[in-house]
Design a protein around this ligand. Structure first.
Ligand code: F0G
Length: 459
């Protein structure tokens, strides 16, 4: 069980950003003009922006002070060395290559480690991660535990790998046809669900037998570590910082979007333990990201990130963060709104299939719900269902994922409890009006990561 100990918000507000409001008629027009895609709305037309926790954090006064210490030298910026030290100290990886954001690291890593035709098993796909695996000629294979597909199942570690699925995959295809195992902490597409350390240790033992590397997608490793501290026996007296180090120590390399846990508005990194791989990575970095001591980031941004990493591993920070998400989730559950359980760490995920049972998946129930939430209350959310899943490379048909979700993602340190109450009211009101809502048809479909730019019309 999660601790009931209430902690008060461990920061106060020094600067505010005014929120704009629009009338219902204006919102109807804006979402129509945006092709019913919340990615295509203008931010100033949004009242509550729960599109993502990515790059939307409020930085601390210390991070802003760090921005003034930016050393914008082309080579050997002091901020690069600070970031490298932060990665070594808090995560324990030996080598670090800065990248412009997480997908920059995914690109380099996929190019280095995937041979065309190889499989990349993982605990559920993530959109950009899988896209880079495919661009490198690989095929993603899902080996997440079955509980992850059941929105009502309250298993606390729905991010776990199913060892039997993984072992069968290795037996069927041969270890030489597995590029590496991809582990995400937490699993975004499953609803922000953590992996346990006991599972990761077993996975490590299994992959070690076959000499298969583990690559860690650590965008939200602190949130995952907090859930281990709260729910995994044996870890209740460990600090979040200690648990993070232990997770990282069980993996061989990592890609990280700095825009989530690490509390910055831009930036990513690739972390490695093998020197030969590091040499190859910095060689690719100069082609695609920039010199290996900035990799697409300004010096000031590397400084803010080094400070953000240190702030993100503090128990009080991460506890307040996850408690805010759970406060919203519990309000929705109490009102009967179908929410994925357990509540995620970075957002509350609504089960759109249960919300709109009368809308078939090919009419995009989750996409429809994102549009309705915007119309009803200026609330911007993200589809994580059939649109995000894309098309099957072989058949050309939609992928039809088993989870058809809408994510209410909470930016770090941005909204207050008062906002959470208002947001809950918007969702509950939308739920009460659910029966008269119709689905959408897709009118424009981009080739890559279609959810970002697809356009829809009302049926
Ligand atoms: N891995 C995970 C688990 C992510 O959630 C993201 C980004 C990435 C990798 C890619 O990182 O954006 O810095 O290139 N997720 C954002 C989101 C977009 O809204 O969940 P990036």
């Amino acid at each position: 069980m999660l601790t009931n100990k209430k902690i008060t918000t461990p920061y106060k507000i020094k600067m505010v950003e005014l929120i704009t409001t629009r009338s219902r008629e204006e919102r109807e027009q804006h979402i129509r003009e945006a092709g019913y895609n919340t990615f295509l709305l203008k931010s100033e037309d949004v009242q509550y922006d729960l599109l993502t926790d990515s790059g939307t954090a409020a930085m601390s006064d210390r991070q802003w002070a760090g921005m003034m210490l930016g050393d914008e030298a082309y080579a050997g910026s002091r901020n690069y060395y600070h970031l490298e030290a932060a990665v070594q100290q808090h995560y324990g990886y030996k080598y670090m290559v800065p990248t412009h954001q997480g997908r920059g690291a995914e690109h380099i890593l996929s190019r280095m480690l995937i041979k065309p035709g190889q499989l990349v098993p993982g605990n559920m796909y993530f959109t950009t991660t899988r896209a880079h695996q495919e661009l490198a000629g690989g095929t993603f294979a899902d080996v997440i535990t079955d509980e992850a597909y059941d929105p009502g199942n309250t298993f606390p570690f729905k991010g776990n790998i199913d060892l039997r699925k993984l072992e069968n995959l290795i037996a069927r295809h041969g270890a030489e046809n597995i590029a590496y195992l991809s582990i995400a902490t937490t699993v975004n597409m499953a609803g922000g669900q953590p992996i346990s350390l006991s599972n990761l240790k077993q996975v490590r033992a299994l992959t070690a037998r076959y000499n298969i590397r583990i690559v860690h997608d650590m965008a939200r490793v602190a949130e995952n570590a907090y859930m281990i501290q709260q729910q995994e026996s044996g870890y209740e007296n460990h600090s979040v910082a200690q648990i993070i180090k232990e997770i990282c120590s069980l993996t061989d390399a990592a890609t990280m979007s700095g825009k989530k846990d690490a509390l910055v508005n831009i930036g990513g990194l690739l972390a490695l333990n093998e020197h030969a791989l590091y040499e190859e990575a910095i060689n690719l970095a100069v082609l695609f990201e920039g010199l290996h001591t900035y990799g697409g980031m300004a010096g000031r941004d590397m400084e803010a990130k080094a400070i953000g990493i240190a702030e993100s591993v503090q128990d009080v920070h991460i506890q307040a963060r996850v408690q805010q998400v759970h406060y919203l989730g519990n309000k929705l559950i109490a009102a009967g709104v179908p929410v994925v359980k357990p509540i995620g760490t970075h957002g509350v995920y609504i089960d759109a299939t249960a919300f709109y049972p009368h809308i078939p998946q090919h009419q995009f129930p989750a996409q429809t719900l994102t549009a309705e939430l915007y119309i009803n209350g200026g609330l911007r959310t993200m589809e994580r269902g059939i649109v995000s899943a894309g098309r099957d490379k072989q058949t050309g048909d939609h992928m039809y994922p088993r989870l058809e979700l809408v994510r209410l993602t909470i930016p770090h340190r941005v909204y207050t409890k008062d906002h959470m109450d208002d947001i809950a009211d918007i969702v509950i009101d939308t739920y009460h009006q659910r029966e008269k809502v119709k689905g959408l048809g897709m009118m424009h479909e981009p080739r890559h990561l279609r959810f970002f730019q697809a356009r829809f019309e009302r049926l």
